[in-house]
Design a protein around this ligand. Structure first.
Ligand code: CP3
Length: 374
């Protein structure tokens, strides 16, 4: 099941020719080491050999091999099984030749590991048994003890050995987006209860986001210390906030997550959906790369974030369900508009939809690689 020949000695697999780079033997990211990969170079605004490409939610339900492996194992259980995490993370790298792997996990995992009662319901999302509705609820949240993350460090070390020159992206959920699940008790559209709590209980709000920032930073440090070459902070639902509220009530806490990385010199990607009005602020929170959804074209997004930051995005995931000519045209447009940015990491504007044909994803990778980098 696992590609690591012997999980007890992952270091020995480092030089194996059958790394996830695949049968071609070529490093998809171009470089000899993750730190010199096109992904890391684009994130830092350095010249690249090819525009790097990966897909949010590349590991998951669009792949039959994922569905086969996951059968009979609950999502949050799978996320804590180092063998499954390793194999599921590698699947899209092998199949599509993407320029980065993203750790198979979930944004709620740090809370779950700390002992919060959360379940991921298929087709629904994270559901919290006892939502956070008061200061007392905030204070009752258990802290995340770093020594509970041994399974994660094991999986990351094994992955880094398997991936060779292909970078592994570690990730965490940003304090605001995690707070929406804790306060609403599950997924929601308007996040009205979350905003009401933010306005009505500013001190409890700030304390909650502080705590979430600490656990997100612990989760990220564990991944980087085990060898992740970049990190992404998902603030998926921050786009429901005005720029003023985001700047004063959320950004400082997201900045605290990045600051929690200390001197660890890995590129920091920061992404949210519907964040057109927040793009500059997402950068100000401490990002090297700002992730953009499909609503704002990348040349305009480059103007908004300025010349100090790279961009990631932003093909509409729904385009992948359209005809080939449309996919081709839209990929070319995104690559062309991405040339306005300091550096461009090609991605979707949000996660891969489960009904996406995996063959289309592979053809997008090939096309992005054929087009000249900016
Ligand atoms: O490939 C990857 O991107 C890595 C794995 C990954 C997952 N979740 C696996 C997953 C990542 C990066 C996430 C992050 C995540 N989780 C976010 C931020 C990204 C985003 O989409 O905005 C959010 C908001 C969550 C919370 C969450 N977890 C949702 C909304 C869902 C979907 C529920 C559903 O079934 O539609 C999940 C479950 C989840 N996380 C799945 C996967 C592969 C599906 C569960 C399954 O396969 O049974």
């Amino acid at each position: 099941m696992t590609p690591a020949a012997d999980p007890a000695s992952p270091a020995e697999t480092t030089a194996a020719p059958t790394t996830a780079a695949g049968a071609t033997g070529a490093a998809p990211g171009g470089g000899a080491a993750p730190a010199d990969s096109d992904l890391v170079r684009a994130a830092r605004g350095l010249p690249v050999r090819r525009t790097p490409v990966w897909f949010m939610r590349q590991a998951g339900r669009s792949l039959p091999e994922y569905r086969a492996l996951r059968a009979g194992t609950a999502m949050l259980q799978a996320c804590q099984d180092a063998d499954l995490v390793t194999e599921i993370t590698l699947q899209p790298v092998r199949r599509h030749g993407v320029d980065a792997a993203i750790l198979f996990s979930d944004i709620v995992l740090p809370l779950v590991v700390a002992g919060v009662d959360i379940e991921i319901k298929p087709g629904v999302g994270p559901v919290v048994a006892t939502p956070v509705r008061s200061v007392a609820d905030v204070d009752a949240l258990p802290p995340l003890e770093p020594d509970r993350l041994d399974f994660l460090a094991t999986a990351v070390r094994r992955l880094v050995a398997e991936l060779g020159p292909t970078p592994l992206i570690g990730f965490a959920g940003a304090p605001f987006t995690l707070a929406t699940y804790l306060i609403e008790g599950g997924p929601s559209k308007e996040h009205a209860r979350t905003k009401a709590f933010m306005y009505a209980e500013p001190e409890a709000w700030s304390r909650l986001l502080d705590r979430l920032a600490v656990s997100a930073a612990t989760f990220l440090r564990a991944q980087v210390d085990a060898g992740a070459a970049a990190v992404q902070l998902f603030d998926s639902w921050a786009g429901v906030l005005s720029a003023a509220d985001y700047a004063t009530r959320v950004l400082p806490h997201s900045r605290a997550v990045f600051d929690g990385l200390g001197p660890r010199d890995v590129p920091r990607i920061h992404f949210g959906v519907g964040t057109g009005e927040l793009l500059a602020l997402l950068g100000d929170a401490g990002a090297d790369v700002v992730g953009v959804d499909w609503r704002v074209p990348l040349d305009e997004a480059a103007r908004r974030v300025g010349p100090e930051r790279s961009l990631q995005g932003n093909l509409d995931p729904a385009v992948l369900l359209a005809d080939r000519a449309t996919v081709d045209r839209e990929v070319r447009r995104v690559v062309a508009q991405g040339r306005a940015a300091r550096g461009h990491v090609f991605n979707l504007g949000h996660g891969v939809l489960p009904e996406t044909d995996p063959g289309v994803l592979t053809s997008v990778v090939d096309l992005v690689h054929e087009l000249a980098a900016g």
